[in-house]
Design a binder for this molecule. Structure first.
Ligand SMILES: Cc1cc2nc3c(=O)[nH]c(=O)nc-3n(C[C@H](O)[C@H](O)[C@H](O)COP(=O)(O)OP(=O)(O)OC[C@H]3O[C@@H](n4cnc5c(N)ncnc54)[C@H](O)[C@@H]3O)c2cc1C
Length: 464
């Protein structure tokens, strides 16, 4: 955040600040509210509502989903734990509590997150709004499938209890609804019992994309967690060569046999810091090619015991790693294709990317299971590929348009939590339940109070 300026003229004071998502693109000057008190925000909604508002967690969505020039309500001050049942693993907390904080409290009792994104610096509200997924989607579904209930502040300031059996239509619109139905105030989540804080990892190298898919298919039943890091600059026979990290929760005996007295205690990790914004030029294709080559060579087939932090959150150990893309920032493009098309479609994507010469560090390939009832939830049965590109204006936008066309040709879709560029027309073709979502939103938010830079861009709100 920068350019802080206090505005006391509104019913509730706000601070003017330039905000962005994790990709640092786009950047928008927003009025930010930091209130923790609900009655103050109810007063704002009842007196000053015409201006528009979007909730914000830890700003880890990549694009513009938590941006709104008129009003952003930061949830980070709403971070209290309300209860934990150590017998059943049910936790109730305010929506600004982070996944990192939950792990700190619950892992010593043998409970871990039911699923987790690739960073733990995400709030419970942000996880619900994006219906986030992890490396075990094919087994355990998304975050939303483990949410037992939440309370939601609506556009008129009233608070509604929602669950899979109470106000279930609003529940399933909010799961994956990117903050557009209202503000999740607090939620109850069912955690997952784990035997230790470690994962037994089977590291396997695949010489190209076809081999990587074969390995995924062969091992789907065998491993709870799976992910592959793909070199997306390799070409020809080596197109899509990758390193798969397949894993299961490690049992306590295995962990203790390796010298860890307490299977839930992980030795501290030192985090590194990127101190400054790198010049954009540092991210040229030669540097990225060299990095990808080194990564592939260094990661041969082997089995290893890895603590949860290193397995689930490898990037969290480098603070502010998003700065390496320079001042103009970067975009993440996450493509999802149905299983029957994923091989062909991803080969097309990788060919386009590789030819474009636009550098992307190792991309992440994951397998996904059945869709849930979330109206705008991202995943269905298929495969997803997530890539980062430094933002270079029209050049990057042209590349993403080309990739969008492949998505449309193969019934794929982009992920709102990552997206900063997709057009309204393309979005509408990717999300068949968009109209149903809009109808519901019209009913509970007729003045379109909850809107974001993204929801206007992709047409969820602009035409209401
Ligand atoms: C390194 C990295 C790795 C990632 N890996 C994955 C991954 O593997 N899988 C995955 O699914 N995602 C992944 N993500 C994306 C991330 O999990 C989501 O974008 C998540 O929503 C971010 O949460 P946040 O608290 O930072 O929310 P923000 O980015 O601040 O907001 C995201 C959305 O949540 C809404 N929101 C926030 N709080 C509330 C609330 N209280 N009530 C209602 N709506 C709210 C906002 O309006 C916005 O639409 C990754 C992100 C990073 C940076």
């Amino acid at each position: 955040m920068s350019n802080l300026q206090c505005d006391t003229s509104r019913a509730v004071p706000s601070v003017s600040s330039v905000l962005s998502g994790w990709g640092n693109y786009p950047r928008v000057e927003c009025n930010v509210f930091f209130q923790r008190r609900i009655d103050q925000m109810q007063a704002l909604l009842r007196t000053d509502s015409a201006t528009g508002l979007i909730p914000r967690g830890l700003g880890r969505s990549y694009g513009d989903s938590a941006l709104n020039a008129d009003g952003v309500w930061s949830q980070t001050a709403r971070n209290r734990f309300l209860s934990l049942d150590v017998e059943t693993g049910c936790i109730t907390c305010e929506a600004g509590v982070s996944l990192e904080e939950i792990i700190e409290v619950t892992l010593p009792h043998g409970w871990f997150l039911p699923t987790t994104p690739g960073t733990k610096f995400v709030t419970v509200g942000g996880a619900i709004a994006a219906d986030v997924h992890g490396k075990n989607h094919h087994r355990d579904g998304t975050w939303g499938q483990h949410v037992q209930r939440f309370s939601l502040m609506l556009a008129d300031g009233n608070i509604l209890e929602c669950s899979p059996v109470e106000n279930q239509d609003i529940f399933w619109a909010t799961i994956g609804g990117m903050g557009l139905t209202g503000i999740v105030l607090e939620a109850t989540i069912g955690l997952m019992k784990v035997p230790s804080a470690f994962v037994q990892v089977d590291q396997r190298r695949a010489g190209n994309l076809a081999e990587a898919f074969d390995l995924f298919m062969e091992t789907d039943e065998q491993y709870k967690y799976s992910v592959a890091w793909i070199d997306c600059l390799s070409q020809g026979r080596r197109l899509g060569r990758s390193v798969l990290l397949l894993g299961n929760d490690a049992d306590a005996d295995t962990v203790q046999a390796q010298g860890y007295a307490d299977p839930y205690q992980v030795p501290g990790r030192r985090s590194k810091r990127i101190p400054i914004q790198f010049p954009g030029l540092a991210m040229n294709k030669y540097a990225v090619k060299a990095f990808n080559e080194l990564y592939y060579r260094r990661h041969g087939d082997k089995q290893m015991l890895v603590d949860f932090d290193s397995y689930f959150y490898p990037l969290d150990s480098v603070q502010n790693w998003n700065r390496i893309y320079g001042k103009r920032g970067f975009v993440q493009y996450q493509a999802l294709f149905p299983k029957e098309h994923s091989r062909e479609a991803m080969t097309r994507l990788l060919e386009i990317i590789s030819k474009s010469g636009q550098a992307s560090f190792l991309a992440v390939l994951k397998s996904s299971g059945a869709a849930n009832r979330g109206m705008l939830s991202y995943l269905f049965d298929g495969h997803t590929l997530a890539l980062d590109f430094p933002y270079r204006g029209a050049k990057t936008e042209r590349l993403c348009r080309e990739l969008d066309q492949v998505m449309l040709d193969f019934r794929g879709r982009v992920y709102l939590a990552k997206d900063a560029l997709v057009s309204a027309e393309t979005f509408a073709r990717m999300y068949p339940r968009l109209d149903e979502f809009r109808q519901l939103k019209k009913r509970i938010d007729p003045e379109t109070v909850f809107r974001s830079h993204q929801s206007d861009r992709v047409g969820i709100t602009e035409t209401l």
